[in-house]
Design a protein around this ligand. Structure first.
Ligand SMILES: [Mn+2]
Length: 184
């Protein structure tokens, strides 16, 4: 379990995340923003994470962005050394269809367009602070709620796969700390 406390002039966040959820302990999320709570519960359920969030903020934009930063930063500590590393998912939600692909191997990068700037920013901030590459592709969809929710579900399912303990064959950990010879 990783706990993070993040306080700025704009937001106050206390967040706990663990890579394995406890079946009889549903996510406890209180941010004061119903849609953000809904998306955090969804992300935790689909990714199989244990998650507790207590947050307050001055503006919705600051709250959503800072919770994403805190979640990515904390979850980064929970990535197993021998993680499967890659994951992908294709999720339909009524008329919406969204695909996500993730690499949790320490290459922060975001590619994606959502019909909500706020939640596009949420997934970007989450991925970059997690040290993950995340691609989200909206294949189709008319209802913004469905498209955003399908994107969060697809990200969660992809993450569940990527965070699984594997044989570490795709891990570059141990190979990344190269010692450079000083040149005279
Ligand atoms: Mn919904």
């Amino acid at each position: 379990m990783t706990r993070i406390r993040r306080e700025t002039r704009e937001t106050r966040i206390l967040l706990e995340v663990s890579r394995t959820s406890v079946a009889d302990a549903p996510p406890e999320i209180r941010t004061g923003d119903d849609f953000l709570d809904h998306m955090l519960v969804t992300l935790a359920r689909y990714a199989g994470l244990g998650l507790t969030v207590e947050a307050t903020g001055d503006l919705r934009h600051h709250l959503v962005e800072d919770v994403a930063i805190a979640l990515g930063t904390a979850l980064r500590e929970e990535i197993p050394a021998r993680a499967e590393r890659f994951g992908s998912a294709l999720v339909p939600m009524d008329e919406a269809l969204v695909q996500a692909a993730i690499d949790v191997g320490g290459r922060p990068y975001w590619v994606g367009r959502l019909p909500s700037n706020l939640y596009e920013h949420f997934l970007q901030s989450f991925a970059v602070n997690l040290g993950a590459t995340l691609h989200v592709r909206v294949i189709r969809g008319r209802d913004r709620h469905h498209v955003v929710e399908a994107a969060v579900k697809a990200t969660g399912l992809a993450l569940r796969q990527a965070l699984r303990e594997g044989d570490g064959v795709f891990s570059t950990k141990g190979a990344v700390s190269l010692t450079l010879d000083e040149e005279s």
